[in-house]
Design a protein. Structure first.
Length: 138
């Protein structure tokens, strides 16, 4: 995504922020604070320079956190239960999804998965895969 930005303004932001490879939890916390400050302003209120800085900082944090907090292979059933717990859903809330597996209409199944994925703040494709693997593992 190419955006027009003023290199001079961006350079000043870089000098103020001093971004670089994150090598400690303290650096990570400092960068997260900058990200939080930028995000509080709202996407519509960010200059092209702010947006560019924000995207770079997110990449740096993701890189550090992937190395500092590696996530092993996940169990889809556990992941689904965790999503349900996080969003205060019960098994009965998932009836529309499990019934979608028995319906012949692909459109209906897709609509149900899309609806549930929005409730769990997850993409419909990822949610559908998670759901299928959860049922296979039970």
């Amino acid at each position: 995504m190419a955006t027009n930005y003023d290199p001079s303004k961006y350079g000043k932001l870089l000098i103020d922020t001093l971004p670089g490879a994150i090598e400690s939890e303290e650096e990570n916390e400092r960068v997260l604070a900058v990200i939080e400050r930028l995000m509080r302003r709202g996407e519509a209120n960010l200059s092209p320079e702010d947006d560019r800085l924000l995207r770079m900082l997110v990449v740096l944090v993701e890189d550090f956190e992937e190395k500092a907090y590696p996530v092993g292979p996940s169990n889809p059933a556990v992941a689904l239960r965790e999503l349900m717990r996080e969003h205060g859903l019960k098994q009965t809330d998932m009836v529309e999804i499990s019934s979608a597996r028995r319906e012949p209409s692909h459109r209906s199944s897709t609509a149900n998965a899309t609806s549930a994925s929005h409730r769990l703040r997850n993409s419909p494709r990822d949610f559908t895969c998670l759901l299928i693997f959860s049922f296979k593992n039970e």
